[in-house]
Design a protein around this ligand. Structure first.
Ligand code: OGA
Ligand code: MN
Length: 210
């Protein structure tokens, strides 16, 4: 049993292959979405988020001028039992990409992110944490109350095209990681998301499927 039907995956991956990105509203079945959201807010309440980093720079002041989010990295051994459907979804997504795009994805890494009011993430290309094997970026938003004026939009820069994506609850964005510049605009409200990368031959971080 799959979390999302094959036809949907085929349509989305087709759009991504054409445009380098795809934005999907009402992405997850409601039950699955609510379970993930509950998990996220449990971790927030338990204060398990940490200030995010940027590669080799570790001075907190410098980091906050570039990105202001706090993250909770998922760990399959620790977290899988609670959000098993999410892990099924990731395996499903990887197998569709491999089949339809002849990719050799074999792993993944994900973190929840919280952008407190007044934070942003300046224009960047996703960093590789010492590796170059992130091929697909995945983002899912949890801001059910989001409305225009709240900020925190995702901007994607593709040639001279600028795409603005509203971070509304259960909207998913997939994009080709390599070379695609993007930015999180200043958020005027707390902003929540799950961000991750599908990996080609993961080394020491992320997981090998199996
Ligand atoms: C990131 C990122 C975008 C978003 O975490 O690298 O660019 O919309 N996130 O949260
Ligand atoms: Mn990014």
């Amino acid at each position: 049993m799959s979390v999302i039907d094959d036809e949907s995956w085929i349509g989305w991956i087709d759009r991504m292959a054409q445009d380098d990105y795809v934005a999907i509203q009402q992405f997850l079945p409601n039950e699955t979405y609510l379970k993930l959201k509950r998990f996220l807010f449990d971790k927030i309440k338990a204060d398990e988020f940490e200030q995010a980093g940027i590669g080799t720079l570790f001075d907190n002041q410098i980091v906050k001028r570039i990105r202001g989010d706090e993250t909770y990295w998922l760990d399959r051994d620790r977290d899988k039992s609670e959000i098993s459907e999410f892990y099924l979804l990731v395996e499903e997504m990887i197998s569709h990409f491999n089949r339809l795009c002849f990719m050799s994805l074999s792993g993944f890494e994900f973190h929840f992110a919280h952008y407190p009011e007044g934070t942003f993430y300046k224009r960047h290309v996703d960093q590789f944490r010492g590796r170059s094997n992130r091929l697909v970026t995945f983002i899912l938003y949890f801001n059910d109350e989001w409305k225009k004026g709240d900020g925190g939009e995702l901007m994607i820069y593709r040639g001279d095209q600028e795409v603005c994506i509203e971070p509304t609850g259960n909207t998913c964005v997939l994009f080709r990681t390599e070379g695609l510049e993007h930015e999180v605009l200043l958020s005027h409200k707390s902003r929540f998301s799950l961000t991750g990368w599908l990996l080609y031959q993961p080394s020491n971080v992320g997981y090998i499927l199996g």
